[in-house]
Design a protein around this ligand. Sequence first.
Ligand code: 5AD
Ligand code: SF4
Length: 468
Amino acid sequence: MQDGDIERSGAKSAGEAGPKKVFVKSYGCQMNVYDAQRMADVLAPEGYVETATMEDADLVVLNTCHIREKAAEKVYSELGRVRVLKQERAAQGAETKVVVAGCVAQAEGAEILKRASVVDLVVGPQSYHRLPDLVRAAKSERVVDTEFPVDDKFSALPQPAKDKIRTRGVSAFVTVQEGCDKFCTFCVVPYTRGAEVSRPVAKILADVAALAEAGVREVSLLGQNVNAFHGEDEAGRSITLGGLFERIARIPGIARIRYTTSHPRDMDEELIAAHRDLPQLMPYLHLPVQSGSDRILDAMNRRHTAAEYLSIIERVRAARPDIALSSDFIVGFPGETDAEFRDTMRLVETVGFASAFSFKYSPRPGTPAADLGDQVPEEVKSDRIHELQDLLVKQQRAFNAATVGRTVDVLLEKPGRHPGQLAGKSPYLQAVQIEDAEARIGDIVRVEITAPGSNSLFGRRIEETAIA
Ligand code: 5AD
Ligand code: SF4
């Protein structure tokens, strides 16, 4: 908003009058992006409007990530900047309340209040529905809420208004499952997000229907372990993620379904079959393997072997031959030898990934692997990550290059970088830019890919009629 100063001075002279502004910054995974939206939604009835600039926010929320060391450190350095801002605003007579939410909040709790005096409220991911009360309480004292409450957070979180959904775009996230019981030995998620819980099917379908009514064309179903999703249909029969997809595919307006993140152990037959049978399910699978070495996989408590992973990939490819595959990798897990790292490189060569995320192992306090003696030196981790990333980048380029000359459906999501351009996504989650005067955001258009770019592909629409 451009008139922030006017509103702020108005709010000053009239006490509580005038809209208050909330700025939410998210770190880490897509679930945090989704949670940030829900936080804004729950604060909207309290009179908070979202702002894209921290400088004019009365309430600053840092929605943090704890998965790797650097992510948490980034939060503390950001809090340093917030502190300066809070002082500057205070000098002008404006109050700023500062909230730390997300997984660092959950993991560190009151420790954050000690380390960062700028913070007024610390709230864990399971308590977002209580934000209005907590923010009110934080007016008079510093507050910490990192409980795992028994009440259903999602039922208590309000639906966003239709116009809000529209401003967020034609592709939307929906959390269907939260938490994790897998306890990989390197990972903090089971401690920060808690035990695995699936949301009720009827509630998910109602959320998706409301999104579709507001013009959403694509839903990405989120969960830390999304393919562990399980629920009951109308008749009380149990259904898995594949069954949920089928029901979502029947909702008018929903043209595309995506999901993330999956665990190899939960890649069941129904889900694989959905990749063959459901045209709305996009041919893209993010299936983290972490390592190609059986000994390391065992030490990570992944509970599958490299061969089992490859056999899942084979079955998925049999169901959907053109599927784009993506994964997460960790190099330098405690005790990882060079030969074991070679096993990872070999697995990557064997699969051929369309995209991937790779990380140097970072010990997380409270996780079993952090206490292992055999930590890998930093230089070795760096060498390995460079080698792995070189290969993954090469594979990604090859995948994108193979799309050139092909015709793909592109969901147009936003204006492109230059006037007259529109930007969207291919079924394989590739960013695509087209020049087009007629097509509109929300259309799914047939596009011939003409050239690869550094970050996105370029194409031209080959059909006059957009899919309604
Ligand atoms: N060190 C490095 N990478 C990690 N990940 C999770 N925990 C750690 C850690 N301690 C990575 C995994 C996971 C992704 C979300 O983050 O690859 O799949
Ligand atoms: Fe973490 Fe493993 Fe659960 Fe994924 S499956 S969230 S890596 S514990």
